[in-house]
Design a binder for this molecule. Structure first.
Ligand code: PGA
Length: 253
């Protein structure tokens, strides 16, 4: 069966509750969910924690994802949010390991692994982000870095839960820089990730797992990425914030 396509917006620390609702109303007005269905594309956005509940209530058919979660069920973890809190408001998707979390909040592949397992135990879909820094890229360490992030991040994750795992390859040097990776690089690394999944699990898991590219994806380059064999979708920051550009991204898939 061909893999589905996922267009996912990572809103980071952008959009208030009011702006989130305006965006989702715009999605409805522009009938983007109908267009997505025709194209066999899943539409998803990851707003801030504060906007999640409003987003779920106004989702209009768009999948709503958290940007992070905590690995513990509850307890003394000031400022954090648990899976059960997310579940309570109807959220069942989460990003994990975005490079900004790795850089600014010292997230490691090990802490990502704890989060991924907690999310999977709670039947969430997980979008696990991996990617190398510019220095690592320049030192030709991309695949070593990816291997560590994938093997540690997915440690003790059962094969049966892999149907709820999506991987997003986002070279750190391409995020928010306009310096997007070439389609050849994206395909090479996404293909490598599929190879790793085949080694860690089996060819079925490797063939069925959705793998996204992210990093300066825009309406004028999304088609190039998505026409690569091993790229099944895009994780988009800046270009996902306005209805018009989100629409253009979808139209160009
Ligand atoms: P960008 O962000 O599209 O603005 O480069 C991508 C991301 O951080 O997921």
């Amino acid at each position: 069966m061909p893999r589905k396509t996922l267009l996912m917006g990572n809103w980071k620390m952008n959009h208030t509750i009011k702006e989130t609702i305006e965006f989702l109303d715009g999605v409805k007005e522009n009938k983007l969910v109908d267009l997505a269905k025709k194209k066999n594309v899943i539409l998803s956005i990851a707003p801030s924690y504060l906007s999640l509940q409003a987003a779920v209530l106004h989702s209009n058919g768009v999948n709503i994802s958290s940007q992070d979660t905590h690995y513990a069920k509850s307890g003394a973890y000031t400022s954090n949010v648990s899976c059960s809190m997310l579940k309570e408001i109807g959220v069942s998707w989460s990003l994990v390991g975005h490079s900004e979390k790795r850089e600014y909040d010292f997230e490691s592949s090990f802490s990502c692994n704890l989060k991924i397992r907690e999310l999977l135990e709670n039947k969430f879909h997980v979008v696990y982000c991996v990617g190398e820094t510019l220095k690592q890229f320049n030192n030709q360490l991309t695949k070593d870095v990816i291997k560590e992030q994938i093997t540690t991040g997915l440690m003790n994750v059962d094969e049966k839960d892999m149907s709820n795992v999506i991987i997003a390859y986002e070279p750190v040097w391409s995020i928010g820089t306009g310096n997007n990776a070439s389609k050849e690089i994206a395909e090479d690394v996404c293909g490598y990730i599929r190879q790793l999944l085949s080694q860690l699990y089996n060819s079925k898991v490797a063939e069925e797992t959705l793998i996204l590219y992210g990093g300066s994806v825009k309406a004028n380059n999304i088609h190039d990425y998505l026409s690569q064999t091993d790229v099944d979708g895009a994780l988009v920051g800046g270009a996902s914030l306005k209805v018009d550009s989100f629409k253009e991204l979808l139209e160009n898939i």
